[in-house]
Design a protein around this ligand. Structure first.
Ligand code: GLY
Length: 377
């Protein structure tokens, strides 16, 4: 992308997020349907960090106090669930919730409460580690069928690992890093297939740690390739390399990246799953594209110049496609940035809508193209 194109998109984004900041009030947005109005979820829901995270990135990039003012309260709001929530409300997704709230607040402002809350969330996440199976437990029993999820790990957790790596650096206590690295090795062993496609859910025996089976989860089936799962793996393994320096994680991130890019359709907007019997009329998932683009930019940063160009241009191609095909630029009343995202197709939930994490990772990736140097994931 030429610098002028990046600048133009960024200007559009700043005015879009400014308008969102006016309209969002106290909402904790997750999904906007065709009406263009974002819903509001309880703040224990896994997506509660993404809207504040967008505000913090905008604050960091523009220095406009309004973004900081609107982002400020969210870590304290989320902290309530760490201490007072009923069991079962928070789970491994505390990374998605506390990195773009407490941790970024601490990084940008030095706020001690942000640090304290971030570390409390990291301890909570570390407590979900199963040392026999070497995985972080994903959900709680009320998420799916009762008593089935004790041994479940999911690919999405790859990106939550950044919370543990941050805590390890912040406290100089390598236990957090050991847990994150052990989980990432389980991802290499049981989630990422030789061709670079990934499983969504892997079920282990929680007592013995033995592999039982892989499950389709939010993908089409156990052997399909849920595109957002691909994106979580790509970005998560790139980060794991950044934090550990262990090349096996970079190799895995590249393998997933090559597969992801090869599966993109002509217009560059991923299908919700790359392996369905007939792709043609299947819905797209712009959020998978945005997450993968941000992850590809990490791989570009972690590789030397000849190789780096490959990942940089793949990321830019996806971002240009999302901008052209999915942006709400001509819909000033629409509260979201990207259309054409799919949350959970097999559950018939949130198909072809706007999703706040798609918006977040699109903003994050565009900020990286504009030179944003802080990292939370
Ligand atoms: N982490 C849940 C999802 O990607 O839908």
């Amino acid at each position: 992308m030429k610098p002028q194109e990046v600048d133009k998109i960024w200007e559009q984004l700043v005015s879009k997020v400014s308008a969102m900041a006016e309209r969002m009030q106290d909402k904790s947005p997750h999904r906007a349907d065709k009406s263009g109005v974002y819903d509001s979820m309880p703040t224990w829901w896994w997506t509660s960090g993404f809207w504040p995270g967008m505000l913090w990135i905008l604050f960091d990039m523009t220095n406009e106090p309004v973004f900081k003012e609107k982002a400020w309260k969210w870590d304290a709001e989320l902290e309530n669930w760490l201490h007072e929530g009923e069991l079962g409300q928070l789970h491994h997704d505390v990374g998605f919730q506390f990195l773009p709230t407490a941790v970024i607040k601490y990084i940008l402002t030095g706020d001690r409460d942000g640090k304290r809350i971030g570390l409390t969330a990291a301890n909570f996440m570390a407590g979900r580690y199963n040392p026999v199976g070497k995985f972080i437990r994903a959900w709680n029993d009320d998420t799916w069928e009762k008593d089935k999820t004790t041994g479940w790990a999911i690919i999405d957790c790859s990106l939550n690992l950044s919370l543990l790596f941050w805590a390890a650096n912040e406290t100089s206590d390598p236990r957090f890093k050991h847990i994150a690295t052990a989980h990432a090795d389980t991802v290499l062993q049981h989630f990422i297939r030789p061709d670079g496609s990934v499983n969504h859910i892997v079920s282990f025996d929680a007592e013995t740690g033995e592999f039982i089976e892989s499950l389709g989860g939010q993908g089409f089936g156990p052997h399909s390739s849920w595109s957002r799962g691909q994106a979580w793996a790509l970005y998560g393994m790139a980060n794991t390399y950044r934090y550990t320096g262990e090349k096996r994680f970079l190799d895995a991130a590249k393998r997933v990246a090559h597969y992801f890019v090869a599966c993109l359709p002509e217009d560059g907007v991923p299908y919700w799953d790359f392996r369905t019997p007939d792709l043609v009329d299947e819905p797209r998932d712009s959020s998978a594209g945005a997450i993968a683009a941000s992850g590809l930019l990490e791989i570009a940063q972690l590789t030397d110049s000849a190789e780096s160009r490959l990942y940089q241009s793949a990321a830019e191609r996806i971002l240009a496609s999302l901008t052209q095909h999915c942006g709400t630029w001509d819909m000033p009343e629409h509260e979201a940035i990207l259309l054409n995202a799919t949350g959970h197709k097999p559950g018939n939930a949130n198909v072809d809508v706007s999703l706040i994490y798609g918006d977040y990772y699109y903003v994050e990736a565009m900020a990286k193209l504009k030179g944003w140097s802080h990292r939370i994931f």
